[in-house]
Design a protein around this ligand. Structure first.
Ligand code: NAD
Length: 251
């Protein structure tokens, strides 16, 4: 798979939710493009780290619950102890649950918001001060094209992913003069092992018929966008929301 070889040479990236799925693909891609990577997850991330190290890259796994201020502070400390700093923050950790509005309670609402939005607030709070002090930083937040498609049963998820767009725009504005950019990516339905096991392969084929490009999306369709937004070349792009979904959402 081609990439931007050397694009992130000397840079340090933190990828949340990097133990599997899209986060794992983002972590491996940033490593292939030259970054040293901290793979942060609630779950053990040894497989991602082994894949990176096996490919000649450098990475560590760090157990972290992005909902916890203390946990995120521990992630920042571990990153700085091992690699000195964080230049690239990919806020990917997220949960998705299909719950019809009639069954959605405050607990379910808060659970989703806590991971998908509070977690991002906490990591941005922890990592951006050193980025702005250094004069370079890249924050890439993962939203979802569900924000534009408005699929039933996802009020809490759609609200959280809309919040990600708002956080991106607001933070990009506040950090505009600092050399740190903040952007977000809105993936379409993308085949990951976990999601395929949960939804079944047939659904991906059916949903793909709604897209301009009528094949299911793969993590490899997204990782280049994340790597690009994390690089030097994207330095004049900030506050943006980029839909990467095979042309389902056309607006
Ligand atoms: N796969 C898709 O079709 C799709 C589409 C649009 C958006 N997204 C978004 O992309 C991101 C990744 O999705 P995925 O399909 O790879 O999901 P996934 O469930 O396979 O992976 C999510 C990862 O986040 C971790 N995580 C969950 N809660 C956490 C917490 N509190 N602290 C730290 N880590 C935590 C999980 O352990 C897991 O490793 C999510 O934000 C999701 O909303 C996915």
């Amino acid at each position: 798979m081609s990439g931007f070889p050397g694009a992130h040479e000397g840079r340090v990236a933190v990828v949340t939710g990097g133990a599997r799925g899209l986060g794992r693909a983002f972590a491996e891609r940033l490593a292939r493009d030259g970054a040293r990577v901290v793979v942060a997850d609630l779950e053990p991330a040894a497989e991602t780290v082994a894949a990176i190290v096996g490919g000649g890259g450098e990475a560590i796994a760090e157990a972290c619950d992005v909902r916890s201020e203390e946990g995120v502070e521990g992630l920042r400390r571990a990153t700085e102890e091992r690699f000195g700093r964080c230049d690239i923050l990919v806020n990917n950790a997220g949960i998705v649950r299909n719950v019809p509005w009639s069954e959605l309670d405050l607990e379910g609402w808060r659970e989703t918001l806590a991971v998908n939005l509070d977690g991002m607030f906490l990591t941005c709070k922890a990592f951006t001060p050193a980025m702005t002090a250094a004069g370079f930083g890249r924050v890439v937040n993962i939203s979802s094209d569900t924000f534009g498609l408005l699929t039933p049963g996802f009020v809490h998820y759609i609200a959280s992913k809309g919040g990600v767009i708002g956080l991106t725009r607001g933070l990009a504005t506040d950090l505009g003069e600092t050399g740190t950019t903040v952007n977000c990516v809105l993936p379409g339905l993308t085949k990951t092992a976990h999601l395929e096991a949960a939804l079944g392969g047939e659904l991906f084929e059916r949903m793909a018929q709604m897209q301009a490009i009528k094949r299911p999306g793969l993590a490899s369709d997204l990782e280049g966008t994340v790597s690009f937004l994390a690089g030097e070349d994207a330095g004049w792009i900030t506050g943006q929301s980029l839909v990467v979904d095979g042309g389902w959402l056309r607006h």
